[in-house]
Write a protein that binds this ligand. Sequence first.
Ligand SMILES: Cc1cc2nc3c(=O)[nH]c(=O)nc-3n(C[C@H](O)[C@H](O)[C@H](O)COP(=O)(O)O)c2cc1C
Length: 201
Amino acid sequence: MVRRRRMVRKYDDRPVDPAVVDRMLEHAVHAPSAGFSQGWAFLRLDDRQDVERFWQATTPEESWTSMSDWLAGMRIAPVVIVPLACKDAYLDRYAEPDKGWTDRDEGRWPAPYWHIDTGMATLLILQTAVDEGLGACFFGIPPERIGGFREAFGVPSDHTPIGAITIGHRAQDPGTPGSAARRARRTADEVVHRGRWGGKG
Ligand SMILES: Cc1cc2nc3c(=O)[nH]c(=O)nc-3n(C[C@H](O)[C@H](O)[C@H](O)COP(=O)(O)O)c2cc1C
């Protein structure tokens, strides 16, 4: 199932069974999280009007008049899930006695675990789509659109979207491949360093 996962950017308008979306979100909360902080949240948009509102809020107006193939394919997806990370949940959790980072200094963090954990939860959603025979795509929300997105959906300032996921039945015609499609997948041999940097895997 891992090898079958690919981002799907063109959907048809068949609805997605809400029970499937329930399963995706139940799987998402089984992701690992640093200190079991679970500083994530998921905005579930599975009503056509809400999905439209998402696209209106996150894409510039000119993209609606001359819609790109990307947007035309993506906006048909009947479900959008927005995974959000809450940094404060981590700073609070790690200030507890068993961790002891009471200064809440962000310099202590080897990597922003709030983004990592929400990303892991996102991958479980993407993999569940594969299991369910559906297509899904994770994509970014432009930084200048995040304010409008928050306003449209009443998202509090301590929760930051890490991106969004479209979910739906893949279109028969897969559409024009994106610019990244020309890139080859790097093999494990190319990226694994065994024993020491440069050591062959
Ligand atoms: C952090 C992240 C951001 C991405 N942003 C976008 C995006 O904004 N638009 C898009 O179409 N795909 C986006 N992708 C999907 C990648 O283009 C895709 O994963 C990559 O080309 C490899 O293809 P595959 O996932 O189908 O194997 C993103 C993927 C990740 C992990």
